[in-house]
Design a protein around this ligand. Structure first.
Ligand code: F6P
Length: 541
């Protein structure tokens, strides 16, 4: 397994095969094989994936599957699901799949079945959620809770915020959730300025309970409650999620209001753990169960569907193909659903914190490209900003367009228009518009070069019936497993994130000087020092 991926025969074969597909034209591929749209498609766990508008043929898929086999993907997948240590640098299992396992499953981590503990936690979350939702959990002055403020950052925030937006139609009326992640005080002020402390519950989420941004916001929240309602109110207005029970106790939150989880769940894989309490309160335990079922269905599909029909495997391998062999080193996430507007941000962390690495899992330097840059915005907004570059720019950009057959808004006409745009954009990206087409339409010779759209831009279309909790769980698990597949092929540890430590440590070194208004010359390079001095001069003036 330690063998460089670039030395594998399938990698070489793909490298030799790539120039043929680079030269091929999607129009011709569809002309030669009119059934292509049906053939290069797969479905599972409520999702339909059309990948026919990628520059692939049957041979490409065969070679990519050979690559997965040569890279022992089935064995790696089994190791992850069964709780083996797959996060080598931190010597941990990565058992997020256990979070959605059924009650009677048996999954061992360090020799102990983790499933009963997970379900005990879910039961406590259900009980607490119901109390908040039906008003039996009140604030210190007896008022029911009407506002939840979820405090956390990165994986302790992006999933819950994304899910809260995505599942808007399933939320309980009269109960809103706000999110505070940034240590910029404006985020805290914005979340709290119009709400009544007596009706507010803070949910502090931090795996480590040491993350400075989260701790600063949690302290501000504590102060806000104490100022308005007194010290004794803290116990009615705070709950916490963490693996660090001691730090929560020190903060002053009682163990009954603490929901733990485990260090074998990485932050970016934790939205259905206790970190999802705000989601459960917002949509209710029954809908949360449907979310878990969606995750579970995609887990089953990933485990059992043959590779050539397996959505996460196909998506992961296509991403490798586009990135490593065709040079599309960015991936645009383009949901045609207003509710999924935070999906690109969520998937940025999922992909880039997992696979943004230049070192292999055994510490070796990697010579091949790893994670693509992930970005995106919902359609149709994005069509009026950056799609110009997608259609006529000099780069190849892989695109995932995501849409739903049923509208959630009740405005059916809007929905047809929205989906017409999705289908049209995928068509335009693939087939473009040639000079010949334009000439036939009578376009002037002068403007023809400007109007030509070269086409041949790779895209996946993911289509589901409706954006429900089930579909969302399935969609998130699809991307989780696709990221896993890519990491396994590249040979990186997809579950650590050492790269974020350096900046955090340097900020902690700079902060005391800023707080004390002290100009420490010669501690930093001339650029950093110059910026610090400028900031301090302004602060002290
Ligand atoms: O930025 C790195 C990171 O550790 C993420 O992986 C994590 O999701 C985030 O910070 C928050 O960490 P915590 O949950 O420990 O506060």
């Amino acid at each position: 397994m330690n063998y460089p991926v670039t030395e594998l025969s399938s990698w070489h074969a793909l490298a030799n095969h790539a120039p043929i597909l680079k030269k091929s034209v999607l129009r011709d591929l569809f002309f030669d094989y009119p059934e292509r749209g049906h053939w290069f498609a797969a479905h599972g766990a409520g999702l339909y994936l059309d990948y026919s508008k990628n520059a692939v043929n049957e041979e490409t898929i065969r070679l990519l599957i050979q690559l997965a086999e040569e890279r022992f993907l089935p064995q790696r997948r089994a190791a992850m699901f069964s709780g083996e240590i797959v996060n080598l640098s931190e010597e941990r299992a990565a058992l997020h799949t256990a979070l959605r396992a059924p009650r009677d499953a048996m999954i061992l981590a360090e020799g102990r079945n983790v499933v009963p503990g997970i379900h005990a936690m879910l039961d406590r979350m259900r009980e607490f959620s119901e109390q908040v939702r039906n008003g039996t959990w009140t604030g210190a002055s007896g008022k029911p809770i009407r506002h939840i403020v979820h405090i956390g950052i990165g994986g302790s925030y992006l999933g819950p915020e994304m899910a809260y937006q995505a599942l808007r139609s399933f939320r309980q009326k009269g109960l809103d959730v706000r999110f505070v992640a940034n240590v910029d005080g404006a985020a805290f002020i914005e979340a709290t300025e119009t709400i009544d402390p007596a009706e507010t519950l803070f949910i502090v989420c931090s795996e480590t309970f040491t993350t400075p941004e989260t701790m600063a916001n949690a302290r501000a929240a504590r102060q806000w409650i104490v100022t308005a309602l007194g010290e004794q109110a803290v116990s009615r207005h705070f709950v916490a999620m963490s693996t660090n029970a001691d730090a929560i106790r020190e903060f002053g939150i009682a163990s009954e209001q603490t929901f733990g989880f485990w260090n074998w769940v990485g932050g970016r894989y934790s939205m259905e753990s206790a970190i999802g309490l705000s989601t459960m309160i917002a949509i209710g335990p029954a809908h949360f169960e449907q979310l878990l079922q969606g995750f579970r269905a995609m887990d089953e599909h990933f485990l059992h569907a043959p590779m050539e029909e397996n959505l996460p495997i196909l998506m992961g391998l296509l991403s490798i193909w586009n990135n490593n062999f065709l040079g599309a080193d960015t991936l645009a996430i383009l949901p045609y659903a207003h509710e999924l507007r935070r999906l690109p941000a969520y998937l940025q962390q999922l992909h880039m914190e997992s696979n943004g690495k230049c070192v292999g899992e055994h510490g070796e330097s990697l010579t091949h490209q790893t994670c693509p840059i992930v970005w995106g915005e919902p359609g149709t907004d994005a069509q009026h900003s950056f799609y110009q570059l997608l259609h006529q720019g000099t780069r190849q950009i892989a695109c995932d367009l995501i849409g739903f057959c049923e509208p959630l808004s009740g405005l059916a006409e809007h929905h047809d228009q929205l989906m017409a745009n999705l289908f049209a954009q995928a068509e335009a990206l693939a087939f473009g518009k040639s000079a010949e087409d334009l000439r036939t339409e009578g376009v002037s010779e002068k403007t023809i070069p400007h109007q030509v759209c070269p086409g041949n831009r790779s895209s996946n279309v993911i289509l589901a019936e409706a954006l429900t909790p089930y579909t969302l769980g399935s969609l998130v698990a699809l991307y989780e497993h696709s990221v896993f597949v890519q990491g396994a092929i590249w040979g990186v540890d997809s579950f650590d994130q050492w790269g974020v430590q350096l900046g955090k440590a340097l900020a902690q070194r700079i902060l005391p000087a800023l707080s004390a208004n002290k100009m420490n010359f010669n501690l930093h390079d001339s650029s950093t020092q110059g910026l610090l001095n400028r900031y301090l001069r302004h602060k002290m003036s």
